[in-house]
Design a protein around this ligand. Structure first.
Ligand SMILES: [Zn+2]
Length: 109
């Protein structure tokens, strides 16, 4: 997989997870995001697009370089924790499963 493909995959995955989270948690059912979730999504896109480590890592949430600012990092972590398992339930792609397992191991404490 090329760096750009990874970046695209990360964007798509993050987008799906935020949509799942917003729909379930905020009862936002029209296919868009509420203001708070949209804010996180805009921020995540910026970070993913600017990430210099894309070539040698799997997923921003597993990255040792904490380029997400603390407040956003906490929100994104909560969204991932909630939406990650539900995304896997929706799309049994092995790659996503692999990425999530890796993420879970690093955040298991
Ligand atoms: Zn929301």
């Amino acid at each position: 997989m090329t760096t750009e493909e990874k970046r695209q995959l990360e964007l798509v995955t993050m987008k799906k997870i935020i949509h799942i989270y917003c729909r379930k948690k905020h009862s936002h059912c029209d296919g868009t995001l509420c203001d708070a979730c949209n804010d996180v999504w805009q921020y995540a896109q910026q970070r993913i697009n600017a990430c210099p480590h894309m070539a040698h890592k799997t997923f921003c949430s597993t990255c040792k370089t904490h380029c997400y600012e603390t407040t956003y990092r906490e929100r994104i972590r909560e969204i991932m924790r909630y939406g990650g398992p539900r995304l896997l339930f929706d799309s049994p792609m092995m790659l996503l499963r692999h990425m999530f397992i890796e993420w879970k191991e690093k955040h298991a404490q």
